[in-house]
Design a protein around this ligand. Sequence first.
Ligand code: NI
Length: 132
Amino acid sequence: MEVHHIGYLVKRLADSRDAFAALGFDVVRPVEYDPIRDVNIEFIANGGYCVELIEPASSGSPLMPLLKKFKNAPYHLCFIAEDLEKAKEEFEGKGYMLFRDIEPAPCLDGRRVVFMVNPDIGIIEIADKEPL
Ligand code: NI
């Protein structure tokens, strides 16, 4: 599957953007609020590497426990699926556990995404190829 982005948890998105800018990353999709996950999200890229900066917007954000655990760190790779339901089933059959079931991702133009966990590689995200 094609890799879409690397999801990167950050404490302070603006500071992280500046630090990544010094490493050659440009903003490709400016910061937006995702009300489903209570996070601010911005996409930045350097060549073929697209990074999703994810900043919990409040202490109640479902991503806050992960930020406390991982600090500023990459924590998921996002892959593109031709057929999201089929990919979910296929990876469940390969021993992946469901972490967050299929939901729309407002910051990906409303494409749907699913988060799954593999005991050997951690969290992956799978996204629709196109917005529905
Ligand atoms: Ni992501």
